[in-house]
Write a protein that binds this ligand. Structure first.
Ligand SMILES: Nc1ncnc2c1ncn2[C@@H]1O[C@H](COP(=O)(O)OP(=O)(O)O)[C@@H](O)[C@H]1O
Ligand SMILES: [Mg+2]
Length: 230
């Protein structure tokens, strides 16, 4: 269980309180709102000036620049290393296949695309079997199909996840709960539908995802416009 109580950090995080124990929590907000800083406080890499942070023991994080999480000369070796560190046995190719990355096994992790690198960094984080998963802007560089892959991986995880993102379409699709951050404060925390279908986002100048406009026109709370086609 994650508990944040009255967290302050410089003038970047202002009196943030938050708890999260299961499902997917999204922290959304414009650039500079303080999302990354808050994730770093949760991960323990920044110590807040004031407040209480209680976290599960094992936290796995995939940061904004996925290339920083690589050390080896091939993608396969990167996965082998992650298994070794985790003290687990596993078939690197099988794992890469689950993420649609097996064709990259012998390539340098520094010479794969941003989307591929991001999926690889998330895969490596999950090998460690963390009790809480932190993902910072996980959809940057991902195409439509990679985003779908990431969504199904997150749904199948069965462990608490916190995503910092300004990709509202993706967040509406995958999240259970949403915290809206603005200038270091959490303005709203609620179920994803209550946040997206309440005009709160409009009030703070965020564009409504197309799915919300379609959903409102149909009088249904939907997560993505494709739902109406099925
Ligand atoms: N190490 C730092 N020292 C001082 N200010 C920082 C530092 N890191 C980020 N900031 C500032 O803090 C604010 C929040 O940044 P950040 O947490 O990266 O926001 P977000 O992830 O929501 O875009 C920004 O104004 C940013 O310029
Ligand atoms: Mg950020």
């Amino acid at each position: 269980m994650l508990v944040l109580e009255n967290i302050w950090y410089k003038d970047i995080i202002r009196n943030v309180s938050l708890t999260h124990s299961k499902g997917i929590l999204a922290i959304i907000g414009p650039n500079g709102a303080g999302k990354t800083t808050l994730l770093k406080i949760i991960a323990g890499s920044i110590k807040p000036d004031k407040g209480v942070v209680k976290t599960p023991k094992r936290i796995g994080a995939s940061w904004q620049n996925p290339y920083y999480s690589f050390y080896r000369s091939t993608v396969r070796e990167e996965v082998e290393l992650a298994y070794k560190i985790a003290g687990k046995k596993g078939d690197p190719l099988e794992l890469l296949r689950a993420y649609g990355l097996e064709r990259l096994a012998d390539k340098s992790p520094y010479r794969i695309s941003m989307g591929e690198a991001r999926l690889l960094s998330i895969a490596l984080t999950l090998i460690w079997d963390p009790d809480l998963v932190l993902l910072d802007e996980p959809t940057t560089g991902l195409d439509y199909f990679e985003k779908g892959k990431l969504a199904s991986i997150l749904w199948g995880l069965g462990k608490p996840v916190i995503i910092a993102s300004h990709d509202l379409d993706f967040i509406l699709r995958v999240s259970d709960y949403v915290a809206v951050m603005h200038k270091g404060e959490i303005l709203v925390y609620d179920h994803v539908f209550n946040v997206f279908y309440s005009r709160i986002l409009e009030k703070i100048g965020f564009p409504l995802p197309p799915a919300v406009l379609v959903g409102e026109a149909l009088g249904r709370r939907i997560r993505c416009a494709e739902e109406c086609l099925s």
